[in-house]
Design a protein around this ligand. Structure first.
Ligand SMILES: Nc1ncnc2c1ncn2[C@@H]1O[C@H](COP(=O)(O)OP(=O)(O)OP(=O)(O)O)[C@@H](O)[C@H]1O
Ligand SMILES: [Mg+2]
Length: 498
């Protein structure tokens, strides 16, 4: 029994005459209700209403396109079974419609001949009917349903072949799409003559569109592979141990899928970069949740918008949900119940109950501003602390950025660069290399060690200008987080010859 059917059965057994289904997939809702109607209403069936077609089967001799009239008709002649009312929610500001629904509520809850099922993509519940309306959520199609649908569309394109070895990944990537959307994607993929390589990418691209529709989720390109990240070896090896867990087969075999990681630490030390690298390594699409938009009021109350965001991301699974600078939006003053603190509480609960295949990557600078519960075991698999890079790491970061600026690191005095950038962040090293390149270019020569020295001499790193803050972050983290970097192993001092 699907979760949707379970909820409907729960509603029917409780004799709820008004059921609200939030879904864009009227067809699927209807399909399921048609299958189960005889079970819950012996001898019953499914009738429908829309403002264009009125009641179907039609009401004899009456035009029931007006919603209040339709309700009136149903009250006078209840139809055994479910009556699916499409878009009725758009008329809920009409007093006659509200009245009609309320009367249906009282009349039908007694001998329960019928349940009115309001289907709408809009977020429930309408305030005025909160008590009377039971809200039911439609599940996204299962991977099996998606596969069945894919195969149906494939029959229409006998000359195109969808590669069997990509089927599981494709079905996973199609998760969260309505079956109609699956149709559209498959038609596009199969009619466009895409090669097997580009087929998956086409499907991924579809998710970016879905995320964009929601407004506050944005797909983040993750072409970064871990080689672009200098140091932070502990995070990298943690991530590579967990490769290939975001697949259906890993899930079916019961392997524990990681829930999330919190990366905190000094600004510019690669927190954002490393979470992107994790998603890239796992080949899972990554979406950034813009918390400032959630709080902006553009999408209704922050609580409702946040709930919407979590639902949307669930439908995009497998996915990485990135919450950047978490403390900026979710830090809470202890005393009051602010929207922030309520959202934060909702987030913590969701973290524990969220479906697998959603991986939360949170990044934070000032973690001491977040409530302590956030680091409690069981929520995030790991809390990593990105400190200022050590010597080895600075050498790697120079190497990466010199190459990126078109220079060969072999031509630079690495040791002295590393020593002169003690206390520098990765972002600052990158800036120094870029500035040095531009200066050298203006002077009409290739960049050399001296150009970088000049930059490092004239710049003051954040760890010095904000020494107090950096110290506080470190003290907090040393006790509570795992280091993102492997400690440097110094070669043993040569023994003195006797
Ligand atoms: N370990 C590193 N290896 C290579 N480049 C690095 C590293 N750390 C930082 N950088 C460079 O610095 C830039 C900024 O890093 P990033 O945005 O990941 O820092 P952050 O820790 O998220 O900072 P903030 O707290 O300000 O958001 C990166 O785009 C990258 O070019
Ligand atoms: Mg960042």
């Amino acid at each position: 029994m699907s979760r949707f059917e379970e909820q409907i059965s729960h509603a029917v057994r409780g004799r709820h005459p008004l059921i609200y289904v939030q879904s864009q997939e009227e067809d699927r809702v209807l399909d399921v209700l048609r299958q189960i109607a005889p079970k819950y209403f012996p001898g019953g069936a499914v009738s429908t209403w829309s403002c264009v077609r009125g009641l179907e089967p039609a009401a004899e001799g009456a035009d029931t396109r007006d919603p209040a009239l339709a309700l009136h008709w149903l009250l006078a002649r209840p139809r055994r079974g479910f009556c699916v009312m499409r878009d009725l929610s758009a008329f809920l500001n009409e007093p006659r419609v509200l009245r009609g629904l309320r009367e249906a509520y009282f009349a039908f809850s007694r001998d329960y001949p019928t349940a009115l099922v309001l289907v709408s993509p809009q977020a429930p519940p309408p305030k005025a009917l909160e008590k009377e309306m039971l809200v039911v959520e439609m599940d996204a199609p299962t991977p099996e349903e998606a596969v069945a649908r894919m195969k149906e569309v494939e029959k229409l394109y006998p000359s195109a072949r969808f590669p069997e070895n990509l089927r599981e990944q494709a079905a996973l990537a199609l998760r969260g799409m309505s079956l109609k959307e699956v149709d559209h994607v498959m038609h596009r993929v199969l009619s466009g003559g895409a090669t097997s390589d580009t087929m998956l990418n086409e499907i991924f691209a579809e998710k970016a569109v879905l995320a964009k529709k929601s407004g506050f989720l944005e797909m983040v390109p993750t072409s970064f592979d871990t080689a672009a990240v200098g140091g932070l070896e502990n995070v990298k090896s943690w991530a590579s141990q967990r490769k290939d867990l975001f697949t259906l087969s890993a899930m079916k075999s019961g392997l524990p899928v990681p829930k999330g990681v919190l990366v905190m630490g000094v600004s510019g030390c690669g927190k954002s970069m490393v979470v992107k690298a994790i998603a890239g390594l796992w080949r899972v699409p990554m979406f950034r949740l813009d918390m400032s938009l959630i709080f902006s009021g553009l999408y209704g109350s922050p609580e409702a918008a946040f709930h919407d965001a979590l639902r949307t991301i669930e439908t995009l699974a497998p996915a990485v949900l990135w919450i950047d600078e978490m403390e900026a939006s979710l830090s809470t003053p202890k005393e009051a119940a602010t929207p922030q603190s309520m959202i934060f509480a909702a987030f913590l609960t969701w973290m524990q109950e969220k479906p697998p295949l959603i991986f939360v990557a949170a990044t934070a600078n000032r973690i001491e501003m977040l409530p302590a519960e956030i680091v409690r075991k069981g929520r995030f698999d790991q809390v990593f602390f990105c400190d200022l890079p050590n010597e080895d790491e600075r050498a790697q970061i120079f190497d990466i950025h010199l190459r990126r600026q078109g220079s060969d690191p072999a031509g630079f005095e690495m040791k002295s660069l590393v020593i002169s950038t003690e206390g520098w962040s990765g972002a600052e090293i990158e800036q120094a290399v870029i500035a040095a390149r531009l200066e050298a270019r203006q002077a009409g020569r290739a960049m050399a060690t001296g150009d970088i020295w000049r930059q490092t001499n004239s710049m003051v790193p954040l760890s010095r200008t904000m020494a107090e803050q950096v110290k506080a972050i470190r003290e907090w983290a040393f006790k509570r987080a795992t280091r993102a970097s492997k400690p440097v192993v110094k070669p043993p001092e040569p023994k003195e010859q006797v």
